[in-house]
Design a protein around this ligand. Structure first.
Ligand SMILES: Nc1ncnc2c1ncn2[C@@H]1O[C@H](COP(=O)(O)OP(=O)(O)OP(=O)(O)O)[C@@H](O)[C@H]1O
Ligand SMILES: [Mg+2]
Length: 387
């Protein structure tokens, strides 16, 4: 066998949050180099990357530098200057995956819904509502859901309007039917494409996971695998998720958030064309983590097995009532819970509802993993120390 040099390639990452941090960890193990762009030099991924570009996500010069220093540029956040990135891709400064054009159609919830509709992917009924100050849009009756077209995350930018007097969010929006939810699922789909032709090289999906929400904050608190829905429903969810990913031509991993409605419909809520909170448990529970799978896909390497090896429950560690230096109780006690893994993102300050880390609990059964997650939640708590 002829020997070859280790194919060190440099992966540029737009965004320095925890998703970037977990990409950097895997990249290092796989002999890939990383360069991360973020405005905050203290952001989690910047402290873990091989090299950094400290610049705003919309700074054209910063993005140019990122492209020039990278072989492949990818994202942990969609909110960046996609026009600039398209220009740099055309100029051959870096391969960008997924493409900036795909990001543009996904980060605008209005365009996202239109693209899904063109490809007949099932989704909630919705209409564009660009002037939410005026009366309810045609065809929509109270109660319905208002969502800002851009900029929302972790439930900010989503509001249920109960009656004409309900306070509205400001900005171009969509108005969407209020779905009576049985359960929320997420499917991580990985797609790679042939660098020459752009055709699909491989597409592999993880089995659906269940996402449990704090209904007052609209924020995901727990992720459970396996999901507990029927095998037929899981197959249908994967089919729909793959149709959604194909509709956009996404390269890399994409999380497809799905609603299972009380009337039996399975509907796409939204897509995140990157690693996602719903896939964090893949680090311990699956044969290939979503972060490794993403790097494999954007590098056009063979994809890994998405098989679930152990039932798992992931808990998001959200900041408590106060803002300030992060403090915790129960660290030692948490370490005594079997098969329980803490992931600390090392962010500061701790703020109410801020994602500070996560915990993944495994078990022989999903009940055992759930019991361990209950224990972990009772034992471990976070808050911010003010002053
Ligand atoms: N049409 C709807 N009907 C019922 N509930 C909804 C609807 N749209 C959103 N929700 C609830 O609000 C949550 C957040 O909505 P969505 O995923 O659109 O917001 P986001 O802020 O973009 O999401 P993320 O938390 O993924 O960043 C959903 O997971 C769901 O629980
Ligand atoms: Mg969501």
């Amino acid at each position: 066998m002829t020997m070859e040099r280790i194919p060190y390639r440099t992966i540029g990452i737009v965004g320095g949050g925890q998703l970037g941090l977990m990409l950097c960890d895997v990249a290092r193990r796989m002999a890939l180099k990383t360069v991360v762009l973020d405005a905050n030099p203290q952001s989690p991924a910047l402290r873990r990357a091989d090299a950094t570009v400290v610049a705003d996500l919309f700074d054209r010069e910063g993005l140019r530098e990122l492209c020039e220093r990278s072989d492949i540029v990818t994202f942990e956040i969609e909110h960046t200057d996609t026009r600039a990135l398209s220009d740099f891709a055309e100029q051959g400064r870096a391969v960008i995956a997924p493409s900036p054009a795909v990001l543009e159609r996904i980060r605008d919830k209005g365009l996202q819904r239109q693209t899904l509709a063109r490809h007949n992917v099932p989704q909630p009924y919705s209409v564009l509502w660009d002037e939410p100050a005026a009366g309810p849009p045609d065809g929509m009756a109270f109660p319905f859901v208002q969502k800002l077209r851009t900029g929302g995350y972790d439930g900010r930018g989503v509001s249920v309007l109960g009656n004409p007097a309900s306070a509205r969010l400001q900005g171009p929006s969509i108005a969407e039917e209020l779905v009576v939810l049985e359960v929320e699922l997420a499917v991580i789909v990985a797609r790679s494409c042939d660098p020459g032709t752009g055709e699909t090289q491989e597409m592999r999906s993880y089995a659906p996971v269940r996402m449990d929400f704090d209904s007052s904050l609209n924020i995901c608190t727990r992720v459970v695998a396996p999901s507990g829905v029927s095998a037929a429903m899981e197959r249908r969810a994967i089919e729909i998720a793959e149709a959604a990913v194909s509709a956009f031509g996404i390269v890399g991993v994409c999380a497809v958030e799905l609603f299972v409605a009380a009337d039996g419909r399975i509907l796409v809520n939204e897509l995140a064309p990157r690693p996602h909170n719903s896939g964090h448990l893949s680090i311990e529970a699956h044969a290939t983590s979503q972060f490794e799978q993403h790097l494999r896909a954007v590098c056009s390497l063979p994809l890994g097995s998405p098989e679930l090896l152990r039932p798992a429950v992931m808990l998001n560690l959200l900041g408590g009532a106060h803002s300030g230096l992060p403090v915790c109780r129960g660290y030692r006690e948490l370490c005594a819970v079997p098969e329980t893994h803490l992931h600390w993102y090392d962010k500061s300050p701790c703020a109410p509802g801020r994602k500070m880390g996560h915990i993944t609990c495994l078990g022989d059964t999903v009940e055992e993993a759930m019991n361990r997650a209950d224990q972990a939640e009772r034992l471990f708590a976070l808050d911010g120390l003010s002053g």
